[in-house]
Design a protein around this ligand. Structure first.
Ligand code: PAF
Length: 303
């Protein structure tokens, strides 16, 4: 049985709880979340644990109003603190920081925010203007309060992860940023707090997002265009999925040319509505013939 995590709801409580780790020179790991925790979050807590050499793991639970646009799901976003605390306890999280909106934004809506730059104008940024400004602003504030050595984020929010890495570089965030693999249901659906909005029929339909990505992965041996065509063909077969975007980029989310050398790495990303619920997913993708299937280079003596 793990010890119950200590709950802090103010900056002072958080700072007092982390003081012994700071004076003792112990590493601090941090996983920012919006709560409604699931196994995907639990896997992030475990990754954080691997990076702190026995130091404390801090999880924040804060539904950040600044990253929700008008008409988005701020009001109905699931708030499940009691169940969240049970998951944190099971996973051996040391400190849960669950502040109020006033605690995080004591001056009201902030006048100074983080400009996320050009990476926030593509993909999610096109449909959700202002979203990444809100995400980066709150992450910068939370990191400023926790002052972790390492902060862990899921690859499911791939563009968010890329932007947080870029912020860490450009603004000297002072911690390492680690990306952890997406966790999936057995049929492939990526775990997400928003999956709980889906009714049974929508849940069946939602699995299509991962199948579309996998179709591209399988066809990637034939190049970028064929991979994208296969993904689109899979999408046409998928009922109830209202596409926002389906794109293949390089791992830094920059455009890829149609023809790339064997072994080129990329990322395929999708966003779609299933019923009223907007879901996102992505997968790594490698183009061309895999090294093990390439003909061996002729060695000396071969004719
Ligand atoms: O990924 C999330 O849950 C949120 O965007 C984050 C990083 C906790 C910021 O509110």
């Amino acid at each position: 049985m793990s010890a119950t995590p200590v709950l802090a709801s103010t900056r002072e409580e958080l700072s007092a709880l982390l003081a012994p780790a700071r004076t003792g020179g112990r590493r601090v790991g941090f996983v920012p979340t919006m709560g409604a925790l699931h196994e995907g979050h639990a896997s992030l807590f475990r990754v954080a644990r691997e990076h702190v050499a026995g130091g404390p793991v801090v999880v924040s639970i804060f539904v950040n109003p600044l990253q929700f646009g008008e008409g988005e799901d701020l009001d109905r976003y699931p708030r499940t603190l009691e169940e969240d605390l049970k998951i944190c306890e099971r996973e051996g999280v040391d400190v849960v920081f669950a502040p109020s909106v006033e605690e995080v934004y004591p001056g009201g809506t902030p006048q100074v925010t983080v400009d996320p730059g050009p990476l926030a104008t593509i993909l999610e940024g096109r449909t959700r203007p202002g979203h990444f400004r809100g995400v980066l602003t709150v992450v910068a504030k939370l990191v400023g309060l926790v002052r972790p050595d390492v902060a862990v984020f899921g690859q499911k929010d791939y563009q968010q992860l890329a932007l947080i890495r870029r912020m860490a570089l450009d603004l000297n965030l002072g911690c390492d940023v680690v990306g952890a693999e997406t966790q999936r249901e057995t049929d492939g659906l990526a775990l997400s707090s928003r999956n709980r909005y889906l009714d049974d029929e929508q849940r069946q339909q939602a699995v299509a997002l991962s199948h579309v990505l996998m179709a591209a992965q399988e066809a990637a041996v034939h190049g970028v265009d064929v991979a994208l065509d296969s993904a689109r063909a899979e999408l046409r077969e998928s009922l109830g999925v209202d596409l926002d975007y389906l794109e293949i980029t390089d791992p830094q989310l920059q455009p890829l040319p149609a023809v790339v050398p064997d072994g080129t790495e990329g990322r395929i990303l999708i966003a779609a509505r299933v019923g009223p619920t907007r879901l996102i997913d992505n997968l790594p993708i490698t183009f061309g013939t895999p090294p093990e299937a390439r003909p061996a280079a002729p060695t000396q003596g071969d004719t």
